[in-house]
Design a protein around this ligand. Structure first.
Ligand code: FAD
Length: 457
């Protein structure tokens, strides 16, 4: 049963749009505030809801991979974002890649048309009164950031995150590249090979190239040493860590032999399709904070990109999140001590310390279910940790606060499998990684079904 109260959501990004949709589909009225297009963020480019600010990949989609398990759970819960992603999907091997403009356009249409949602194109300047979800994202605007800081104290942390450049396909020298997916899984990627000499010259230039000023006044290579998210290091930072770091990272050639010679190159830069027309390609793993002319100079050392047109340069931004294990309860409400500051105020999305598009969607969905239960006077759902959503929520509310960093979904945050099940009999040989992943996936499905039944979701 829905309450008569209207929920205010600040931020129509990945988490806020999903939360609005989930609430409206449960009969809860929503006022969704989105500051764009009038007020811009440093990374968003459009006025669309649920814009993907960088890569167009939503990560692995194999149902047994951790990211795939999370997606299956979201689909089972009728996630709007997953529905739109399916319609906007473009080929990318085992990954779920989308045309970002189409995907966010579909989300925007669905939210705009929903009779239960009033979309207000206005910046939220303070923490709203009444039931509210703050989903203003890692680049939230000033007023709301102050409001959160007032509530949670000085535990609003930040680190630096970067986006990768996009090149126009017709400017890529396809004669010096080849199409293939790793281990022959698909041919959706364009691979730009480098021989040893080319790679070593590239690595040297990249490591010493000039970096850009930070938004917010800091200097990346100056006095203020930026804290990077280790899962999304700028390519130049990887280059300076060692001569071979890139060859074991984003420029890894293994499983990518050139079909014309059968030989594996010394290093490879992969390009992944970025739009439905296939005219734009994203440089995979090449998030960067180099000055724009430096990006052109250094990236054009990659033979196939000698004349590349960079339609979007890489950029770097400050990225804010709260120290969730210290300041949020397990339902994602700001707390002081053990008590929620306000029973009807929730945070959702990347500011809670989940990392990534799909994780942010999951956070928005979970918080919407919490809010909907609260307003209906029912107990808020306790997510089973065996599910990907449950394990993420559990991780961010119970991790070690001192070293807390935003977290992607991964098998390490799931509870371990029952010891007996992971051994093959007779002889107690360990199961293969694939068989283990299958057990995780099956366990998550079973736990989710039980959970849905228990809470009548
Ligand atoms: C530069 C950069 C690159 C990234 N690249 C990737 C990537 O490649 N892959 C990946 O998985 N994740 C990436 N991320 C992480 C990404 O931000 C999150 O995965 C995801 O967008 C977070 O979802 P969200 O809903 O929390 O925030 P967002 O999607 O950012 O949504 C927040 C929304 O709130 C709005 N807003 C902010 N303040 C206010 C206010 N006061 N009033 C009203 N509206 C407001 C914003 O305009 C925005 O629409 C990147 C992040 C950054 C900053």
């Amino acid at each position: 049963m829905a309450s008569n109260e209207t929920v205010t959501i600040a931020g129509g990004g990945l988490a806020g749009s999903e939360a609005a949709w989930q609430l409206a589909s449960r009969g809860v009225r929503v006022r969704l505030f989105e500051m764009r297009p009038d007020k811009k963020s440093p990374a968003h480019r459009t006025g669309d809801l649920a814009e993907l600010v960088c890569s167009n990949s939503l990560g692995a989609d194999r149902p047994t991979s951790p990211a795939g398990i999370l997606k299956e759970e979201l689909r089972r819960l009728d996630s709007l974002t997953m529905r739109c992603a399916a319609q906007a999907r473009i080929p990318a091997g085992g990954a779920l890649a989308v045309d970002g403009r189409i995907c966010s356009g579909l989300v925007t249409d669905a939210v705009t048309r929903s009779p239960g949602i009033e979309l207000i194109r206005q910046e939220t300047l303070a923490i709203p009164a009444g039931p509210a979800i703050i989903a203003a994202g890692p680049l939230m605007s000033g007023g709301i950031a102050e409001g959160i800081r007032d509530i949670v104290g000085e535990s609003c942390l930040s680190f630096f995150d970067a986006a990768a450049p996009i090149v126009a396909l017709d400017s890529v020298d396809i004669n010096r590249a080849y199409r293939a997916g790793r281990y022959g899984q698909c041919d959706d990627y364009i691979n730009c090979p480098l021989d040893r000499e080319q790679y070593e010259a590239f690595q040297r230039e990249l490591a010493s190239a000039e970096r850009a000023l930070q938004h917010g006044g800091g200097v990346a290579d100056g006095n203020r040493k930026p804290r990077y998210f280790e899962g999304c290091l700028p390519i130049e930072v990887m280059a300076e860590r060692g001569q071979d770091t890139l060859r074991y990272g984003p420029m890894r050639p293994v499983g990518l032999p050139d079909p014309s010679t059968g030989k594996t190159p010394y290093a490879v830069v992969q390009l992944r399709r970025d739009n439905a027309e296939g005219t734009l390609y994203n440089m995979v793993g090449f998030q960067t904070n180099l000055k724009w002319p430096e990006q052109e100079r250094v990236f054009r050392m990659i033979p196939a990109l000698e004349n590349a047109e960079f339609v979007r340069k890489g950029v770097m931004h400050e990225n804010a999140f709260v120290c969730a294990p210290r300041v949020l309860d397990r339902f994602m409400r700001p707390r002081r001590g053990d008590a929620a500051v306000r029973s009807d105020l929730f945070l959702a999305g990347q500011i809670t310390g989940v990392e990534g598009y799909v994780e942010s969607v999951a956070s928005g969905l979970a918080v919407a279910l919490n809010m909907s239960a609260l307003l209906a006077g029912r107990p808020m759902p306790e997510w089973p940790p065996e599910t990907a959503i449950g394990s993420l929520l559990r991780y961010i509310s119970t991790a070690e606060p001192k070293s807390f960093q935003p977290m992607n979904v991964n098998l390490g945050i799931f509870p371990p499998l029952d010891g007996q099940k992971t051994k093959k009999t007779p002889g107690h040989k360990k199961l293969s990684k694939q068989d283990r992943s299958l057990l995780f996936a099956e366990r998550s499905q079973a736990a989710l079904e039980k959970f849905l039944e228990q809470y009548k979701i």
